[in-house]
Design a protein around this ligand. Structure first.
Ligand code: PRX
Length: 661
């Protein structure tokens, strides 16, 4: 940001030691500045001073001119069994390597190094179930539980090179299983518990997993989600699973197939499940996990993340953005089955030695103040959630949060989709008491950690994720790679590699190159979002450019929903689009051509919705299905979803010159 722009920002808002301030800029946007107390105590301010800079802009400029120095500063705060010889190897770009030659293990930094200090007695994890049951784990206990399960996995022959699929509800066994895999050098692939049969079977197949860890069920609104039953159906469709380990959580009856299915508690009671298990030193570039994400084809992409760079990126971003201090109680309300949960429920809170809170259940159960009561009862100091959750809770009104003492909160965050300014202001005013800066973090499954985000010292504009994180160089460009002017819409790109970046797509390195690097503009990481930069250099995300729909912040590929639809005997062809929705951000509207002999009816519409829900999971269930005689297609046969969308929204359909006639 230029000096003039800085000055402009500084002149438009005044500091207020009691809390944030809101003042108009350009008569359009309002700018929220943090209190001097927040600025003075922020981790990022300490780092800025340590590096000899007096403004954040100077620190940022230095960090993108010297990214290797910035990232190695961060890496040096973690432990390594053997040091790296090179910070970044770009000789085989875009297959970048970070901390080349180093030996490490993320579990060494997330657990081992804490249990030899006073932190062994600190709470690592606090869990509450929907029925009010609580479980707590100190770092010492977490270490024992992770070691015990790691020994069980080891005894089954699980080792480096294997991918364990995990399909668990939001219970402590989920982070424990992830950490146990990492500890012995195996990779994990967590499939979100809201996904269903086909989605699970596809992911198990692609990862060729021999071991699946699941539970009898999960709990949502006091009802059981039948995870084991779904896992049974998925296992019947895929040949690779030899062992299925089942956590007893709900206690309802499930089918256990002899020779394949084993209870976790039985395994943990065997002598083999010793609480001592050495952490396996791995190469910095060894795979930590695979996480599948939706793309433009029916086959989800297995995004590969590694131990070394990922631990540095997630550690540094949590420390600087959410300003983690020893006394914090951090609550990332996402599901560990998504990247947000991987990076900010499981790995980075433990890397920073924080206390992480986890809740299994609905936000409004039994009453719409459940979350606010959790914050008050557990003394949560930082809450990180999604715009859809904020909008959902906002509907119930201010009376619910106002019943609770939310004064322990000091920072708030959002992720997953653009937040509408109205929801931002409600969150700021009602939940944050006008004293908690909101960290609107933009990032992706592929990026591993925050990329565009404020820190607590950044003046905020509701709806903007503000500016790139330290060491991250992003831009908004035209298709030829040239930068867009201020306020001009363009493609969001990242110009330099970063440590937590995905390394490839499992089994498909070619797709990694073509999806992210070979697209116009070539040679930069293309994000798939459109965005614009305003006069102050603040970034505003407009939305996805590809056929990905964000439903309640969850990323779903139109192609996956369509493939679930055409797997029904009545459906010949299908197309899906996202339409705006007040709470969920978007909902799915599908258009279906029926096979001969079938006729559209409200009953068939319900049946098809249920079918998608069964195959993909409830989040993918279309809101509306229209039966149509034909679909708009290009001459090469590609469905023009943008035409369907424009028609559904009553807008001009635009250029349809490539439309099939
Ligand atoms: O479109 C952007 C949107 O979510 C996409 C990434 O989705 P996923 O891989 O599921 O990761 C979500 C959680 C990290 C992005 O390409 N997105 C994410 N965060 C924001 C956002 N859009 C606007 N503002 C955000 N803060």
């Amino acid at each position: 940001m230029s000096e003039t722009r800085n000055a402009a920002l500084d002149n438009t808002a005044t500091m207020d030691s009691s809390g944030g301030t809101e003042q108009a800029t350009n008569g359009l946007q309002r700018l929220y500045k943090p209190s001097s107390e927040v600025v003075e105590n922020a981790n990022v301010t300490a780092y800025m001073r340590q590096k000899g800079f007096s403004t954040y802009e100077e620190l940022y400029d230095w960090s993108i001119k010297n990214p290797q120095e910035f990232w190695s500063d961060q890496a040096n705060e973690l432990g390594w069994y053997e040091p790296w010889q090179q910070v970044l190897d770009d000789s085989q770009a875009p297959f970048y390597k970070w901390f080349v030659g180093a030996k490490t293990n993320i579990v060494h930094n997330a657990i081992d190094r804490h249990v030899t200090t006073w932190r062994r007695n600190k709470l690592a994890l606090i869990w509450e179930g929907e029925d009010g049951t609580q479980r707590t784990y100190s770092y010492h206990t977490l270490n024992r539980e992770v070691s015990r399960f790691a020994n069980v996995l080891k005894s089954m022959g699980v080792k480096k090179g294997d991918i364990v699929t995990i399909y668990l509800p939001r219970i402590p066994e989920l982070p424990i299983t992830m950490l146990a895999c990492a500890k012995i050098g195996a990779a994990h692939s967590v499939v979100y518990g809201g996904f269903s049969v086909e989605a699970l079977a596809d992911r198990v197949d692609d990862a060729n997993s021999k071991v699946l860890v699941t539970a009898d069920g999960g709990v949502m609104r006091s009802k059981v989600v039948e995870l084991k039953k779904i896992a049974d159906e998925a296992m019947a469709r895929t040949p690779s699973i030899q062992t299925c380990i089942v956590v007893k959580h709900t206690g309802h009856e499930v089918t256990m197939e002899s020779g394949r299915d084993l209870w976790m508690h039985d395994l943990l009671s065997l002598p083999i499940a010793s609480a001592v298990c050495p952490t396996e030193p791995v190469d910095a570039e060894d795979t930590l996990f695979i996480l599948y994400t939706s793309g433009t084809t029916g086959r989800p992409k297995g995004v590969v993340h590694t131990h070394g760079g990922y631990q540095v990126g997630t550690y540094a971003t949590l420390k600087f953005v959410f300003d983690i201090k020893e006394e914090d109680r951090w609550w990332c309300a996402a599901d560990p089955g998504w990247i947000t949960g991987h990076s900010y429920i499981v790995y980075s809170p433990f890397l920073t030695g924080a206390t992480s809170f986890m809740y299994e259940g609905a936000p409004n159960y039994p009453y719409p103040d459940r979350w606010w009561s959790l914050i008050a009862r557990h003394g949560i100091s930082i809450l990180y959630t999604a715009p859809t959750a904020i909008r959902g809770l906002m509907r119930f009104g201010e009376a619910w949060p106002s019943r609770h003492d939310l004064s322990t909160l000091r920072l708030l965050g959002t992720v997953g989709e653009p937040i509408n300014p109205e929801a931002w202001r409600w969150y700021y005013r009602i939940i944050g008491g006008e004293r908690c800066p909101i960290m609107d973090t933009w990032w992706q499954t592929e990026t591993g950690h925050f990329m565009i985000t404020p820190t607590p010292i950044t003046p905020l504009k509701p709806g903007s994720a503000t500016r790139p994180f330290l060491g991250i160089e992003v831009d908004v460009v035209h298709e030829d790679g040239s930068s867009c002017a201020a306020n001009e819409d363009g493609l969001l790109v990242v110009r330099q590699p970063w440590p937590g970046m995905m390394r490839t797509i499992l089994n498909d390195p070619e797709r990694y190159v073509t999806t992210y690097w070979d697209k116009e503009p070539a040679g930069m990481y293309t994000v798939g979002d459109s965005a614009r930069k305003d006069d102050d250099g603040y970034l505003w995300i407009i939305g996805r450019l590809d056929d990905v729909i964000k439903v309640s912040g969850y990323r779903l590929g139109t192609a996956e929903v369509e493939s679930a639809l055409v797997s029904h005997s009545a459906v010949a062809e299908a197309a899906s689009i996202g339409l705006p929705h007040e709470v969920k951000g978007n909902v799915i509207h599908s258009f279906v051509i029926l096979r001969e002999g079938f006729e559209g009816s409200p009953q068939l519409e319900e049946e098809l919705k249920g079918h998608v829900g069964h195959e993909m999971g409830p989040i993918a269930r279309p809101e509306k299905i229209s039966f149509v005689p034909s679909l708009p297609k290009t001459r090469s046969g590609k469905i023009m979803r943008r035409v369907l969308k424009a028609q559904a929204l009553g807008q001009d359909v635009g250029d349809v010159s490539t439309l099939e006639s």
